[in-house]
Write a protein that binds this ligand. Structure first.
Ligand SMILES: [Zn+2]
Ligand SMILES: [Zn+2]
Length: 332
């Protein structure tokens, strides 16, 4: 089988490997895989892995073979929860397997999904109804993580929520928030991403420099109840803390790895803010995302900007951080 693997920092290989033996697992033939920032970081070596490693953790596939005792049969279209958990550490026992102390992610600690065949335990497989198109289904893994992030807070219809950063996650957040009946303000420098968010449910969109006045107008000067940081920079987290209203909440969805300017610390105290740092997703979050996508209430296809093939993996990695792109998919 063909597989895209990294053999060293920034070194990619399209390998020809033997197809895996299913044993007591589900054998899946990937149909569509998604490329995201994590894959790019593994590719460049920013996230260290044992080489060689097959990349990728976002996959929609078709079941080729499944244990007879499982709920799956050949031909079923499925999504994989790409994270493994041990089931017996303290965090698993406390119902937080997404934070498992012995966790592994496909494409990082274990071989990933950028391949013609993938194995997974039946407990990590979710059925995907045919009503979700091939293109839209490529977003289901990311959608699950966004659904998970929003379980941190209680959304009340009529609330004002600002989303800073309108990349793939930011766009999904706008759509999920609209579905919850809140008033959404989308903030980004990119005009076409603002336009897309406005078409898909943002009541107001603004460039970062205009965000404060736009939010003040919408909230009679009180500021939004919740700000979602979906960029991953210290500067945008600082802006989230500055923009959110007194007693408000901030979801730090972007992955911050450092910064040297500092944060508006006094505002954290003065506004008595609550910050959430959601990571990954629970099995039920993926299931909820699939149900929502199947309902037709989300405009998932509009977030997909590029559809390539597995052979074009190197180009797909380049495109992930290109200003012209949102979701980059590869068809296997
Ligand atoms: Zn991803
Ligand atoms: Zn565990």
């Amino acid at each position: 089988m063909k597989a895209v693997r990294v053999t060293g920092p920034s070194t990619l290989e399209i390998a020809d490997l033997p197809a895996p033996d299913p044993g007591d697992q589900v054998l899946i033939k990937p149909i569509t895989v998604g490329v995201c920032g994590t894959d790019v970081k593994v590719f460049t070596g920013a996230i260290p892995v044992d080489y060689p490693r097959i990349l990728g953790h976002e996959v929609i596939g078709e079941v080729v073979a499944a244990p007879t005792a499982s709920a799956f049969k050949a031909g079923d279209r499925v999504l994989l929860d790409p994270a493994s958990s041990c089931g017996h550490c303290d965090l698993c026992e406390r119902g937080r397997p997404h934070l498992c102390r012995n966790a592994g992610l496909m494409g990082r600690e274990i071989d990933g999904v950028f391949a013609e065949y993938v194995l997974a335990p039946a407990s990590a497989v979710l059925a995907v109804p045919d009503t979700i198109s091939a293109k839209a289904s490529g977003l289901l893994q990311v959608l699950g993580t966004c659904v998970h992030a929003l379980t941190s807070v209680t959304l009340v219809p009529g609330q004002v929520v600002a989303v800073i950063g309108l990349g793939v996650a930011g766009q999904l957040m706008v759509q999920l928030l609209k579905d919850h009946g809140v008033t959404v303000v989308g903030i980004t420098r990119s005009e076409w991403k603002r336009d897309l968010a406005a078409r898909n449910g943002a009541t107001v969109v603004a460039a970062p420099d205009d965000a404060e006045s736009a939010l003040a107008e919408l909230t009679a000067g009180r500021g939004p109840d919740l700000v979602i940081e979906a960029v991953g920079y210290e500067k945008t987290l600082a802006q989230s803390i500055e923009l959110v209203g007194i007693g408000g909440e901030v979801i730090v969805f972007g992955t911050l790895t450092g910064g040297s300017e500092g944060l508006p610390y006094y505002q954290l105290y003065y506004k008595e803010l609550t910050l959430y740092n959601p990571r990954a997703a629970l099995f039920g979050d993926y299931a909820a995302g699939i149900e929502l996508a199947a309902s037709g209430r989300l405009a998932l296809e509009s977030i997909v900007t590029h559809e390539l093939t597995l052979d074009e993996a190197a180009r797909a990695f380049d495109l992930v951080h290109d200003p012209s792109s949102l979701k980059v998919l590869m068809h296997v």
